[in-house]
Design a protein around this ligand. Structure first.
Ligand SMILES: [Fe+2]
Length: 210
């Protein structure tokens, strides 16, 4: 029986495709569908590594202390690193897709937290937007458990989310494939439309119970 040691991830494409069937604001259904397909591809890649790793565990006793063992070990180490990198991208895409879907109205608990941490929602958006404009990967709104504060973290293209000690609440994808077909080179227009299409009620659900 294969052991589920590297987590086998659930593909949520169907949920996202249904939500995006008529597009969201200026995000076309076609562009969103292509983006979901890309997410699904990353997920299949990660699950294929997870399955490979399970087989390694199942067969490990048979090549322990054999000539094969060092090369297998090396393979497993590089695959685990690759899996974690994919996992960061997959989790960020899920956060991004699940955040889209309403009218951008920010209210309730999450609004209060943004005001406490950034002075105002407008100021939060400005901080997020500037970081997003200069990022080639992702910007996440996170809750840092060490300080108890919210802040916006940005990354370069290949960086996965640094999950340690933080809860990601919201993510924007800044790789060209996320906006080129609907917005061309108008990255700022894309970021503004992202704010307009946010579902803050859904985002609030990402707050951990404290
Ligand atoms: Fe993406």
């Amino acid at each position: 029986m294969a052991t589920d040691s590297l987590k086998v991830l659930t593909d949520k494409s169907e949920i996202f495709l249904k939500k995006f069937e008529n597009g969201i604001g200026k995000f076309s259904a076609n562009a969103l569908n292509k983006h979901v397909a890309l997410y699904s591809h990353l997920l299949q890649e990660a699950n294929s590594i997870a399955n490979e790793f399970s087989q390694y565990l199942d067969n490990w006793p048979s090549f322990q202390n054999t000539e094969e063992e060092p090369s297998k070990k090396e393979l497993v180490t590089s695959k685990i690193g690759q899996w974690f990198s994919l996992y960061g991208k997959i989790a960020s895409h899920e956060l991004y897709f699940s955040s889209l879907g309403r009218n951008g109205n920010c209210e309730g608990k999450i609004k209060e937290l943004l005001e406490i941490n950034f002075d105002s929602v407008v100021r939060f958006k400005l901080d997020f937007k500037i970081k997003a404009l200069y990022s080639t990967g992702w910007v996440w709104l996170v809750l840092d458990h060490y300080t108890g504060k919210l802040f916006n973290l940005s990354s370069n293209r290949e960086d996965a989310f640094p999950f340690s000690g933080m809860s990601p609440l919201l993510a924007i994808d800044l790789v060209e494939h996320a906006y080129e077909s609907d917005f061309g080179s108008d990255k700022e227009g894309y970021i503004e439309e992202f704010f307009n299409a946010l579902d803050w009620k859904e985002i609030e659900k990402n707050l951990p119970i404290m």
